[in-house]
Design a protein around this ligand. Structure first.
Ligand code: NAP
Ligand code: HSE
Length: 430
């Protein structure tokens, strides 16, 4: 039998404790698959007294995460602390610089510093694996980096945040309110330490930046990733979308068109009946388009202990087998700064919800502004009657240049009869 593959784990929360459970519960299976035992040598978390529901009696506890990198003879460290800066970054850099491979679930760290960290890995002769960072239950990193390595990739997109999908689908199915369902997603271990990262779109943006880098060989770039979350959406939006024949999904989309790349994150209306529209609960879905494969879509759980820990363990088994590929599938010296496409130049149908005073002439004002901005309306709905009071007017447009609808909405937001900031969602037909 080969020498044991020795690891340390920093972070013993939802993901870290989940990794220990899988390593212990499937020790025999993992040894057969890896060709050697994976031995947990040392761990680190803030509170050494907390019960983690796992047996850590055989492990050394170290005081700080970077102490793990200093342990002699360690083959890999698992970083599941979280955060783009601080303890997680210090540990990953220290380990890679020493030639110790790293497995992490930390998409915030990689989206912000992935290009530099790829350099650290190359210089240290170590691997940096992160299958758990994007849609843990779907091996999308491996797909893009290895499985589809023979393709020119033209698009990668999907539902990348389990918390948001859980909120949107639970609100739709039960009519419960946003805050209540978010709390439930937190209790289930789906949400980030700061759930604003989920509901404002940052987490999806972090994941998409990594997929864009892998798909197109460009440096991850959050500065050119327009992003909107779901916190402004209401039960009314979900119900109107359904009435119009759509489901609302928070999508991350990256496409390459004529040498330029468009990447963006925002809630979109997806036609009911499209496979992406039926992805519910905390499930994620990722669609990849390539010149040889055409198109493929995978669905799987993207948040929570099991799927995330499963992806970490898969990376550890790969490393124990001696598998070693560059972080983004190509050497970092070959990664370019992308040419980014302007999202305002895209043409789509849009859903708009306006809250207006219920008074004569309002629809005429709205129509005039839409006309002046070259926006053609396909459906206009106004329900209820409350003279002078606020009522919702919902509009579905024909295909419109994004810059035009945005300019129309800016104008509409400024008129007296519109009493709240308009809500506008893109329709995505893929
Ligand atoms: P978590 O439950 O909050 O666990 C974080 C762990 O890190 C805790 O054990 C904590 O120690 C430890 N920790 C925090 N700061 C530390 C420090 N300075 N030194 C040592 N230990 C420290 O978080 P999680 O949900 O497991 O997420 C971990 C990472 O996985 C994050 O990057 C997250 O984005 C990513 N991720 C999570 C999921 C998910 O569904 N939860 C899915 C994919 C990726 P104490 O326990 O002692 O406080
Ligand atoms: N908070 C993240 C989500 C965890 O809800 O998808 C998985 O990355």
């Amino acid at each position: 039998m080969n020498e044991p593959f020795k690891i340390g784990i920093a972070g013993l929360g939802t993901v870290g404790a989940g990794v220990v459970k899988i390593l212990q519960n499937h020790a025999d299976l993992i040894t057969k698959r890896a060709g050697r035992t994976i031995e947990l040598v040392a761990v680190c978390a803030r509170d050494q007294k907390k019960d983690r529901g796992v047996d850590l009696s055989q492990c050394e506890w170290v005081d700080t995460p970077t102490d793990l990198a200093a342990i002699d003879g360690l083959d890999a460290v698992v970083e599941v602390i979280g955060g783009a800066e601080g303890a997680a970054k210090d540990l990953v850099e220290a380990a890679l610089d020493k030639g110790v491979s790293v497995v992490t679930a930390n998409k915030a760290l990689l989206a912000c510093h992935g290009f530099d960290l790829a350099g650290h890995a190359e210089q240290g002769g170590a691997a940096l694996y992160y299958e758990a960072a994007v849609a843990g239950g779907i091996p999308v990193i491996k797909d893009l980096r290895e499985g589809f390595a023979g393709n020119g990739i033209t698009g990668v997109y999907g539902i990348l945040n389990g918390t948001c999908n859980y909120i949107l689908t639970t609100m739709q199915e039960t009519g419960r309110d946003f805050a209540d369902v978010l709390k439930e997603a937190q209790d289930l271990g789906y949400a980030e330490a700061d759930p604003a990262f989920d509901i404002e779109g940052n987490d999806t943006a972090h994941k998409l930046a990594l997929l864009t880098a892998l798909a197109f060989g460009v440096k991850p770039d959050l500065d050119h990733l327009p992003m909107k979350g779901i916190s402004h959406l209401t039960a009314e939006d979900i119900a109107y979308a359904e009435e119009l024949g759509y489901r609302i999904k928070l999508l991350g989309i990256a496409r390459q068109v004529d040498g330029k790349i468009l990447q963006m994150v925002e809630p979109c209306l997806v036609t009911a009946g499209h496979p992406m529209a039926d992805v519910s609960d905390a499930f994620n879905a990722v669609c990849i388009e390539g010149d040889a494969i055409d198109r493929g879509m995978a669905v799987g759980r993207g948040a929570g202990e099991g799927p995330t820990a499963s992806a970490v363990v898969a990376d550890l088994i790969d490393l124990a087998r001696g598998h070693h590929v560059p972080m983004f599938g190509i050497h970092s010296a070959q990664m370019k700064d992308a040419q980014w496409m302007d999202a305002d130049e895209m043409y789509r149908g849009f859903y708009v919800r306006l809250t207006v005073r219920d008074q004569p002439g309002v629809l005429a004002d709205i129509s005039a502004i839409m006309r002046d901005h070259n926006v053609s309306m396909e459906v206009v709905l106004q329900r209820g009657h409350d003279t002078g009071g606020p009522v919702a007017v919902t509009i579905k447009t024909h295909k419109t240049r994004r810059a035009d609808i945005m300019a129309a909405l800016e104008k509409l937001a400024g008129i007296d009869s519109v009493v709240e900031a308009p809500t506008c969602l893109r329709m995505e037909g893929f």
